[in-house]
Design a protein around this ligand. Structure first.
Ligand code: RET
Length: 279
């Protein structure tokens, strides 16, 4: 994978400096990156401040998981803004964006760094959610494995240039993995949160997460990678707005609750409580 990405990064006609310049020539596009760098930074500092008095190990683990979402995010958006994780990629024959030119090169601007870094950020969202629901590690790690699989196959969909059918085939596989996660959240974790006593908080987080996460494949399909109905800057803003909902808003909603009621999120004994006998 690393070699493949390196080849893509090096072999497209544009240099990193040209990509950097291209992004910052388009103020609207550049702002979609810069805003998220700022919000991720504020979120990291906010969690450090809000969580400074936490003592319960489970509550601390949730806070750290929430912080790591933004740690990955600030790196991800820095990669995009610097041009490091962007490429101009030629679409296969039959694709609606076939023959598009970007900065004098054949191809469309592909932000493949997004799909790559979701691999590292989405697991922390699911760890935090699963722990808030009071779930067990089998289920939490199942969703972690499936989100990694979803993001890597999503990356494959974006980078496949050989055939239009194969691009959409990757999209289908990725979507099936996504549905496994949605199932665990809506069925298992909803019931577990009820039993653990975090049902109210979990329902809010569930709504933000499930609705927000469905936005990503929809945007992929409507954007330049899919049917090319939306242009690059709009697609990028779409992802940036979804990220604000699924990362920073989810983080602060969860964090305020965790510091207010650390006892409530410790869960029952059979749900992996950090306090033996607490049910
Ligand atoms: C792709 C395209 C292939 C099909 C599916 C997708 C889903 C992506 C999702 C991303 C969520 C990202 C988050 C990032 C926050 O850091 C890869 C777009 C199903 C659900 C929450």
């Amino acid at each position: 994978l690393a070699f493949g990405l390196q080849r893509i990064a090096l072999e497209n006609g544009l240099t990193q400096a040209e990509l950097f310049e291209y992004v910052f020539d388009d103020t609207v596009l550049a702002l979609s990156f810069v805003l998220n760098i700022a919000l991720a930074g504020i979120t990291i500092l906010g969690i450090a401040y809000l969580g400074r008095n936490l003592t319960d190990p489970r509550a601390k683990m949730i806070a750290i998981s929430l912080m790591l979402i933004s740690v990955v995010s600030i790196s991800s958006y820095s990669g995009l803004a610097s041009g490091l994780t962007l490429s101009v990629i030629e679409m296969p024959s039959g694709h609606p964006a076939e023959g598009t030119m970007t900065a004098g090169e054949d191809g469309v601007l592909t932000m493949w760094g997004r799909y790559l870094t979701w691999t590292f950020s989405t697991p922390f969202i699911l760890i935090a959610l699963g722990m808030i629901a009071g779930s067990n590690w089998t289920k939490i790690l199942t969703t972690v494995a499936f989100t990694i699989a979803m993001c890597v196959t999503g990356l494959a969909a974006a980078l496949t240039t050989s055939s239009l059918v194969m691009r959409w085939w990757w999209f289908v596989i990725s979507s099936i993995f996504f549905l496994v996660i949605v199932y665990v959240i809506l069925v298992d974790w909803t019931a577990e949160a009820e039993a653990t006593g975090t049902g109210d908080l979990f329902n809010t987080l569930k709504l933000l997460t499930v609705v927000g996460w469905f936005g990503y494949p929809i945007l992929w399909a409507l954007g330049v990678e899919g049917f090319a109905i939306l242009d690059v800057a709009i697609t990028s803003w779409g992802y940036s707005v979804l990220d604000i909902i699924t990362k920073y808003i989810v983080t602060f909603v969860a964090m305020f609750y965790v510091i207010k009621e650390p006892d409530a999120i410790t869960g029952g004994a059979e749900y992996g409580s950090s306090r033996p006998g607490f049910a």
